[in-house]
Design a protein around this ligand. Structure first.
Ligand code: NDP
Ligand code: 2IT
Length: 446
């Protein structure tokens, strides 16, 4: 359902930015949800809020030259999209993956505006990245790349301006190299990145936060249905940062995680995935998930990552990448008895798959609500850096848990208020949007 103002803005975006499919998808999804809000509040159209909120405040695109181990010069394309600063400094991750382009970084930056608003912390939205593939690169190559990336990025970020973090392909190692280079260039030691190592300003529980937060969110959806993770079979796609800690928290709540994946395929282990093996293979040895099946005899490896959704499960936690779960996969999940889907990844379900979940009225938590625990804990890392203090793991985890409970409640209430009870897509989009829109109106035409 869409009104004329929404259709006009979406059409203009498609004309102005042809070929940005992921961005069109993300913008259309959010704007369509906003129809009842726009009807109720005429000021939104008068103030051009949709035109402004869909256009990044600033886009920085730059060359990243670096020297590989053979001495050859390589060049990648780096970018940072500073999308919206109505609620605070731009905040959002950096992705290093060969697929990175403006469409992907814009979709992620756009989603980040509403996600960050939902956390209740003072953070605007942004995203960055490069089409660099860390896979198969030596530590030294990764270091030289990160140093070159930061040699341009440093002039655009600051603790109160724009605070990047990790995302696909950017973890503790990359954040460390980028932090070191920033400090060297600027001679300032402050919290310009989050997801830092614990020795130099990182927050306890940030590593775990996105995955834990996703499970906390899912737990709230299950509670509303008088259910829990106890004795449930869970499928988690991906085997990176988000997937590993979503699996860990689900297991600690009594669930059995029976499958995980990477971009080449998935492992199924009816006895329950041994997470210590996955952690060693992925976090320490940087190997493929197929190695898991060579080590653990009860497991089977299958080529192709999308097959993971054919495994019967009670709960699915898509935690790999965008559009990894399509309509057919959604139908198969429902047919096999899946009752809850909480998105650890950003936009992992296609629009058709989302429709299947909403029509079936299963518990469905969209990424911008369900995976907000990562950026929320980044916000807590910024607060600790400003105070020059470190909170304990339990303090951070308790705050994270409360934030996820609040986000669920906020999205649920907004869905009800705008006449689509239970639809957390509408609820999250509306609640996230309203705060940003009101701040933008207060700031005047900027
Ligand atoms: P990682 O790089 O740690 O892990 C990514 C995982 O997803 C890997 O298993 C990777 O497999 C898989 N993957 C990546 N691209 C594809 C693809 N095209 N097809 C299938 N699988 C793929 O990243 P994160 O765990 O940090 O991020 C996962 C998702 O969570 C992303 O959507 C990210 O935007 C989102 N997210 C991350 C947050 C964070 O704090 N890190 C916060 C909120 C959301 P392979 O190794 O084969 O590439
Ligand atoms: O998509 C995301 O929310 C992230 N990659 C985390 C961003 C952050 O600033 O912690």
């Amino acid at each position: 359902m869409s009104n004329q103002y929404v259709s006009r803005v979406v059409e203009t975006l498609k004309k102005r930015y042809p070929g940005e499919a992921e961005f069109h998808q993300a913008a259309t999804e959010v704007l369509d949800s906003l129809t009842p809000v726009i009807k109720k509040n005429k000021e939104i159209e008068q103030a051009g809020i949709l035109e402004r909120i869909t256009e990044p405040e600033r886009q920085i695109i730059f060359r990243v030259p670096w020297v590989d181990d053979s001495g050859k010069v390589q060049v990648n394309r780096g970018m940072r999209i500073q999308y919206n600063s109505a609620l605070g400094p731009y905040k959002g991750g950096i992705r290093f993956h060969p697929s990175v382009n403006t469409s992907i970084i814009k979709f992620l930056g756009f989603e980040q505006i509403f996600k960050n608003s939902l956390t209740g912390l003072m953070m605007g939205g942004g995203k960055g990245g490069a089409d660099f593939d860390p896979k198969g690169k030596s530590d030294n190559e990764v270091m030289r790349f990160c140093q070159s990336f930061m040699t341009e990025l440093y002039r655009h970020i600051d603790a109160d301006t724009d605070v990047p973090a990790g995302d696909i392909g950017v973890g503790a190692r990359e954040i460390g190299y980028m932090f070191g280079q920033y400090k060297r260039i600027k001679n300032i030691y402050h919290g310009i990145l989050t997801g830092k190592g614990l020795l130099y300003g990182g927050s306890l529980a940030r590593t775990e936060a996105t995955g834990y937060g996703c499970v906390y969110f899912c737990e709230e959806m299950l509670k509303d249905r008088k259910s829990s993770f106890e004795k449930k079979n869970v499928v988690v796609s991906g085997s990176g940062n988000v997937a590993i800690y979503a699996a860990q928290k689900a297991m600690s709540l009594g669930a059995k995680v029976i499958a995980m994946s990477d971009s080449s395929g998935y492992v199924y282990d009816a006895n329950g995935i041994k997470l210590d093996v996955v952690k060693r293979l992925k976090e320490v040895e940087r190997k493929r998930i197929s190695e898991y099946a060579k080590e653990v005899k009860s497991a089977k490896f299958k080529d192709g990552c999308s097959g993971i959704w054919t495994i019967p499960c009670d709960i699915a936690l898509p935690s790999a990448t965008q559009n990894e779960l399509d309509e057919k996969a959604a139908q198969t999940l429902i047919k096999n008895g899946c009752v809850a889907v909480a998105e650890g990844a950003n936009m992992p379900s296609t629009p058709e798959a989302v429709k299947v979940f909403l029509d079936a009225k299963i518990a469905y938590g969209p990424g911008k609500a369900a995976n907000a625990g990562g950026v929320a804990t980044s916000g807590l890392e910024m607060a600790q850096n400003s105070q020059r203090l470190s909170w304990t793991f339990d303090e951070v985890d308790t705050k994270l848990h409360q934030i996820m409970v609040n986000i669920h409640e906020t999205a649920k209430n907004a869905a009800k208020e705008y006449n689509t009870p239970g639809n957390l897509v509408n609820g999250a989009n509306i609640a996230g949007f309203l705060k940003v829109a009101k701040a933008m109106i207060a700031h005047g035409v900027v």
